[in-house]
Design a protein. Structure first.
Length: 271
């Protein structure tokens, strides 16, 4: 502590002691005077002695010593946090949150199928009808819906269930003379005429003839010379668009007029 400060403190202490001594002395003296002094008369007032005026040194004490300010405790420095070295074992990678799949757009509904038009039923052609010549009627007894022999334009015919020509037997056919012409009205749409022609075996292999097929006045087919005992000759004629057929046999000589000629398995195919 400095010398001026110490001197000030000592002066203050001395002044305080002097003041205290004076006060005590005055108090004791005042008590002794009160005891020796007679009771005051009312007319003579008591005059108190004036209190001594303190000297300037007593009035104004010296400067106070500076207050002792306690030293401010130092804030301890923070202990550094020890960093832990990363473990050599890597931490497992975080499993990524799976992204929910995007909802695929709803497929557009398929267009309504176009109704399949009901096909118009195809008109089936009528089953072909086969008309055997051996079963045909004459026009005077028929109904005009099937082939019929025209009686006024036909020569003699023998419709048979069985016959023989060229040394072969056939189930049906028609036998005519060596000179013959038979007209048949088809009466409907027909496609063909078929037959096997030859000299009938009843003629003892005698006779020579020719066979021909006409349609609407036009000859469509003619055979060569067919003699008794020769193999039969096949006939097939297209009758599409035709309405009338004429079957003709012509003799080779005068004696052949009385011969017998066969149209074996003769038939018309019509719609």
């Amino acid at each position: 502590m400095g010398a001026p400060v110490k001197a000030g403190i000592a002066a203050g202490v001395v002044a305080v002691g002097v003041v205290a001594a004076v006060v005590l002395a005055l108090a004791g003296n005042e008590k002794q005077q009160d005891e020796a002094r007679p009771a005051p008369t009312p007319s003579s007032p008591v005059v108190r002695p004036a209190e001594p005026t303190p000297s300037p040194s007593e009035r104004e004490p010296g400067p106070r010593p500076p207050a002792m300010v306690p030293a401010r405790a130092e804030t301890p420095a923070p202990t550094p946090t020890r960093r832990t070295s990363p473990s050599s074992t890597p931490s497992p990678a975080a499993t990524p949150t799976p992204t929910p799949p995007r909802a695929s757009p709803r497929p557009a509904p398929p267009p309504a199928p176009t109704p399949t038009p009901t096909p118009t039923p195809t008109e089936r052609p009528p089953t072909p009808a086969v008309y055997q010549w051996s079963e045909l009627s004459y026009d005077i007894s028929g109904d005009g819906t099937a082939p019929e022999m025209r009686i006024g334009a036909s020569s003699w015919v023998w419709q048979r269930d069985g016959l023989s020509a060229g040394d072969r037997r056939y189930t049906h056919g028609v036998t005519v003379h060596g000179r013959s012409s038979v007209t048949i009205d088809l009466n409907r749409s027909c496609s063909s005429y078929e037959a096997l022609v030859g000299v009938d075996d009843m003629a003892l292999k005698l006779g020579k003839v020719y066979f021909s097929v006409y349609a609407d006045g036009v000859r469509l087919w003619r055979s060569g010379l067919v003699e008794g005992g020769d193999p039969v000759v096949p006939v097939q004629v297209n009758l599409t668009g035709r309405s009338t057929v004429r079957l003709v046999v012509e003799p080779h000589g005068a004696l052949d007029n009385l011969g017998l000629a066969d149209w074996a398995e003769s038939r018309f195919t019509c719609g």
